[in-house]
Design a protein around this ligand. Structure first.
Ligand SMILES: *[C@@H]1O[C@H](CO)[C@@H](O)[C@H](O)[C@H]1NC(C)=O
Ligand SMILES: *[C@@H]1O[C@H](CO)[C@@H](O)[C@H](O)[C@H]1NC(C)=O
Ligand SMILES: *[C@@H]1O[C@H](CO)[C@@H](O)[C@H](O)[C@H]1NC(C)=O
Ligand SMILES: *[C@@H]1O[C@H](CO)[C@@H](O)[C@H](O)[C@H]1NC(C)=O
Ligand SMILES: *[C@@H]1O[C@H](CO)[C@@H](O)[C@H](O)[C@H]1NC(C)=O
Ligand SMILES: *[C@@H]1O[C@H](CO)[C@@H](O)[C@H](O)[C@H]1NC(C)=O
Ligand SMILES: *[C@@H]1O[C@H](CO)[C@@H](O)[C@H](O)[C@H]1NC(C)=O
Ligand SMILES: *[C@@H]1O[C@H](CO)[C@@H](O)[C@H](O)[C@H]1NC(C)=O
Ligand SMILES: *[C@@H]1O[C@H](CO)[C@@H](O)[C@H](O)[C@H]1NC(C)=O
Ligand SMILES: *[C@@H]1O[C@H](CO)[C@@H](O)[C@H](O)[C@H]1NC(C)=O
Ligand SMILES: *[C@@H]1O[C@H](CO)[C@@H](O)[C@H](O)[C@H]1NC(C)=O
Ligand SMILES: *[C@@H]1O[C@H](CO)[C@@H](O)[C@H](O)[C@H]1NC(C)=O
Length: 666
């Protein structure tokens, strides 16, 4: 399951570095230099160009940012000298308009821009067009365009493919929505988009690229291409043979990577992460220019040639989370340029060669695949610039390897299923003890080891992400008292019993634990008033023995999972806390009485499962009329009665509606 985290992106700092030199358009004499000679005549901005630009300016809202961007855009001055404008041909026509990253706001792209028919460079990226659609016609007039960048600009709906496909001089096309990825164990990843989350653009890929023989860079990240079936791949190799950058992450691509893809030998960057690709992968070792290969989070299968890891130019190999992709790691050469290797959550197997110590530029090493075997080579201790290290399968046995003292840049450390034993927090305590300057460690995964909690008072670094799932822990760890910066805590699949200590809720209330996963334990009590004073995003209490009233975070929870416990009531007045809930999962409890109509006020609710309880009475009419647009409603196996009108069932907007195992008619 995906965890949705509130969008927190570093602000882009824009420095207005262009120095403005305003030259009175009438006096060519001011161009004269010391030798007295005149430069070639330069025609100032033509009136139609200036008026198109001024109309464009008026289409942006007046904000602090637009005021500073457009300060120089004044009627009666030479537009060729305005901020973001260039007229390279000296004929008074605008050839370049670059307003990228100014954080401007507009209700939509003004068609006035299509009067600038001499444009060869157009960048409107990283502004907000407020969820509007791109004009379907107009781009075809900009026939000189070689560079078009509309990335992360909050456009939605259909990309004007027919119109853009006529720009046959394009060398670089960027319609992507940029996103940041935060990866967790077992293939969990969160994508934080650089725009309004709902902004989805769709495109017919074949039409879009059909005429772009000159294209060298194509960025369509997060544009929905899923309607193109498997045709995307052959379309690429036949239309854009000279592509150097292919960036199509999170585009809904499916099918295998086609045979003709192997002909695209100029590719230096391939990013196809977060799609539904299946089948075997081409032998990328033969792509002689390749620097970046990112295929993570797909369903690819088969054997990967070990030669790819010996490719001299390659910097990044990301095969993360392709469960059926397998291969082994070869001996690594000192001549390698590899900085990033991600083969976690795959079927890679065999030993981790000790020649891994030769990879002197390595920053991220993800070899968390359970079929790796043998002992972890101590040469990892030579990799001084490692920022993240993710290991599983490979045996560590017992103690922390001493080479870890060398890895002072680590921020993420994962030892899952490594046969680690011992007690926490002593274990954790040893980390900062070993690595006294290990101040940046913020993420620690120790899933599926065999750890014992005792209350030694070792000093522990303040972590943001801590996963101790499946570690054979029987007692709620005391050391968490001092962990007041946690954002993600996973204690699932242990044998922790009793109540969640009340200090837990208190110590975390300011830090904003965004995700708390306590599933599959033996907890019996929540240890808090039903309204938890936390801003939790994902609360998972499923598969425990909790009793009483379900707890509801007071903040803006999105995912609430209470399934398979013995909860018996829902707080009387919980409406106010459901405003962002998308999933409310509570099957297999002891709820009785009527289903609270409050669920109807949860406007973002998509999934509601109250099956296998003892709810009685009729289904609240607002629920079956589906006033809030729920997609899946499961009320199976309760004591409900009443009837469901036929009209509701026919015109139903539910994706799925279940109510069997009740006394409902209809
Ligand atoms: C002055 O103009 C001449 C002729 O266009 C050019 O060669 C020279 O580099 C210019 N000198 C300066 C200082 O701009
Ligand atoms: C598009 O513009 C944005 C913001 O200026 C920039 O970050 C991005 O790299 C550009 N894309 C291309 C392909 O140049
Ligand atoms: C101006 O731009 C900055 C980032 O450069 C952004 O954080 C801020 O919200 C923008 N202000 C307005 C009013 O849009
Ligand atoms: C953006 O869209 C919202 C809702 O559709 C609207 O209320 C707002 O005025 C729009 N802002 C601009 C700058 O057009
Ligand atoms: C790697 O090198 C070791 C010795 O350095 C050698 O025994 C082994 O066969 C090599 N493995 C491969 C796959 O080349
Ligand atoms: C730490 O790195 C140095 C090389 O920089 C190496 O000689 C030493 O063996 C490493 N220490 C451990 C414990 O691996
Ligand atoms: C910790 O991170 C900061 C900022 O990224 C960096 O300047 C510092 O060198 C890091 N410390 C270590 C021990 O790597
Ligand atoms: C670690 O930091 C301490 C100061 O906190 C410093 O005295 C010591 O030299 C550092 N050790 C290393 C190995 O960088
Ligand atoms: C958990 O601990 C018990 C008793 O200490 C032990 O018998 C069992 O093997 C452990 N389970 C795992 C998966 O390590
Ligand atoms: C906790 O465990 C460590 C290591 O097993 C042990 O040295 C220490 O004495 C234990 N502390 C307590 C309070 O049991
Ligand atoms: C956090 O808990 C403490 C102690 O219960 C309380 O004093 C404080 O007001 C709480 N802070 C918030 C933001 O709820
Ligand atoms: C309960 O509902 C009342 C109105 O019926 C409201 O004023 C109050 O704030 C609600 N309390 C909580 C905790 O939501």
């Amino acid at each position: 399951m995906t965890r949705y985290k509130p969008l927190v992106l570093p602000l882009m700092l824009i420095l207005l570095h262009t120095q403005l030199i305003i030259v009175p358009s009438s006096s060519a004499a001011t161009y004269a230099n010391h030798t007295g000679a005149l430069p070639p005549a330069v025609v100032p901005c033509l009136p139609d160009q200036a008026s198109a630009l001024l109309r464009l300016k008026r289409s942006f809202s007046i904000t602090k940012n637009s005021s500073s961007t457009f300060r120089s855009w004044k009627a009666g001055t030479d537009c060729c000298h305005w901020e973001g404008i260039h007229c390279r041909n000296g004929d008074g026509r605008v050839t370049s308009l670059d307003l990228g990253g100014r954080r401007l706001e507009s209700g939509g792209l003004d068609p006035a821009i299509f009067h600038l028919t001499s444009l060869n460079h157009l960048n409107l990226a990283c502004n907000s067009f407020n969820g509007s659609q791109l004009p379907q016609t107009g781009f075809e007039r900009l026939t000189m365009l070689t560079y078009l960048n509309l990335s992360s600009s909050d456009f939605v709906g259909q990309v004007p493919t027919a119109s853009i496909s006529r720009l046959t001089n394009l060398v670089s096309l960027d319609l992507s929505t940029r996103f940041e990825v935060e990866e967790f164990t077992q293939g969990h990843a969160v994508l934080s988009f650089d725009s309004v989350e709902s902004s989805v653009q769709r495109a017919n890929f074949e039409t879009l690229i059909a005429n772009h023989k000159k294209l060298r860079e194509l960025y369509l990240g997060a544009v929905d291409l899923s309607d193109n079936g498997m045709t995307w791949c052959d379309a690429l190799s036949s239309s854009t043979p000279n592509l150097r950058v292919l960036s199509l992450p999170n585009c809904g691509l499916s099918g295998p990577i086609c045979g003709s893809f192997s002909a695209m030998h100029s590719l230096a960057v391939i990013d196809l992460r977060f799609n539904d690709l299946s089948g075997p992968i081409p032998n990328f070792a033969t792509f002689s220019s390749l620097r970046v290969l990112q295929l993570g989070h797909n369903f690819l299968q088969g054997q990967v040639s070990p030669l790819i890891f010996q490719h001299k130019k390659l910097v990044t190999v990301d095969l993360y989370n392709n469960l059926e992709l397998s291969g082994s790691l070869p001996n690594f050469s000192v001549a390698s340029n590899l900085e990033n290797i991600f083969v976690s959550e795959t079927s890679f197997y065999g030993e981790i060669p000790s020649s891994i110590g030769n990879l002197k530029y390595l920053k991220n090493l993800g070899v968390g695949a359970s079929q790796f075997s043998g002992e972890l080579p101590s040469s990892i201790g030579w990799l001084k610039s490692l920022n993240s290290l993710e290991i599983s399968g490979t045996t560590i046995v017992g103690t922390i390897p001493s080479w870890i003292t060398n890895l002072t840049s680590l921020t993420i450390l994962q030892f899952s299923r490594c046969g680690l034993t011992g007690s926490i927090p002593s274990f954790l305590g040893k980390l900062p003890q070993h690595i006294s300057n290990f101040t940046n460690l913020s993420t620690l995964f120790l899933n599926s080891n065999n750890l014992v909690v005792n209350s030694s008072s070792t000093h522990i670094p303040k972590l943001q992400i801590l996963a101790l799932s499946g570690c054979n822990i029987t007692k709620f760890p005391d050391f968490l008292r001092s962990q007041d910066e946690l954002l993600w805590l996973d204690l699932s699949k242990n044998q922790i019993h009793g109540a969640i200590p009340s200090w837990a809720w208190e110590s975390w209330n300011d830090s904003g634990v965004a995700s708390l996963i306590l599933a599959h334990n033996k907890f019996t009590s929540v240890g808090s008033n039903p309204f938890i004073p936390l801003q939790i995003d994902w609360l998972d209490l499923s598969n425990n023995m909790f009793e009483g009233t379900i707890p509801i975070p007071q903040g803006s929870a999105r995912l609430l999972d209470y399934s398979n416990n013995m909860f018996s009531s829902i707080p009387f007045n919980f409406t106010a806390h459901l405003s962002h809930v998308t999933l409310f999962n509570a099957p297999g409890n002891n709820f009785s009485g009527e289903i609270p109509p409050s669920f109807c006020t949860a406007t973002e609710l998509q999934y509601l499962d109250l099956s296998n309880n003892n709810f009685s009475g009729s289904i609240p009419s607002c629920l079956i009329e589906n006033v809030n647009g729920i997609q899946i409603l499961n009320l199976n196996a309760n004591q409900l009665d009443g009837e469901i009108p036929d009209t509701i069932k026919e015109g139903c907007s539910f994706h799925a509606l279940y109510f069997s195992g009740n006394r409902i008619e209809g």
